[in-house]
Design a protein around this ligand. Sequence first.
Ligand SMILES: CC(C)(COP(=O)(O)OP(=O)(O)OC[C@H]1O[C@@H](n2cnc3c(N)ncnc32)[C@H](O)[C@@H]1OP(=O)(O)O)[C@@H](O)C(=O)NCCC(=O)NCCS
Length: 179
Amino acid sequence: MNRDDTSSEAAAIETERLLLRQWRPGDAALHHQLWSERDPRVPAHRRLNQSGHPSIAEMEIWILSDDQVPAPGLLVVQRRGSGTGLGYCGLIENSTGNTEEPELAFEFLQEFWNRGYATESGAAVIDRARTLGYPGLASTVRAWNTASLRVLEKLGFVNTGVHEHDEMHGDSLLLRKSL
Ligand SMILES: CC(C)(COP(=O)(O)OP(=O)(O)OC[C@H]1O[C@@H](n2cnc3c(N)ncnc32)[C@H](O)[C@@H]1OP(=O)(O)O)[C@@H](O)C(=O)NCCC(=O)NCCS
């Protein structure tokens, strides 16, 4: 497999409890609910506005136009044998533009928190990233996001000490993991 191989069969990943698969238009409602549950400290452009925008219909269009780069992209996480989406986990572009070191990202519906799903799916994405030949992964996390920092710690990420000060939304910390 190479990093350009983003066909849905190649992208799907199975773990003991979970299936990670590509997005379908029907996942827009899941995406919308994830946005609706975001912490008020998340910057406003990444939360729903008072009229509920971006809407589910707009999110369907995003799903159809998403090119899932860097591979394997962000994947919807569901329980094996169930069609219910729990959240997503995968790789996104490094905000500094470093294509050799994409960022690990994850987000789950609150009702499914603290069951180990982010850790289990994150470990599977790391294995896939290693197979695809990335030398390392990064992750940027707000200093207040204790749960996310704990997941990254469990996955072997190390705090680099590099941080970006943000008075309004909380400082962002840069973590890295060599593969
Ligand atoms: C971060 C997030 C993905 C974690 O998902 P999850 O499936 O609950 O994660 P896991 O169950 O694998 O692990 C959570 C760990 O954090 C710990 N944790 C959770 N909330 C905590 C808190 N408030 N303080 C300290 N530790 C906490 C849990 O105890 C667990 O650690 P443990 O296994 O040592 O007990 C989830 O909270 C989420 O979707 N948050 C909103 C989106 C987000 O912040 N995404 C990351 C952006 S960088």
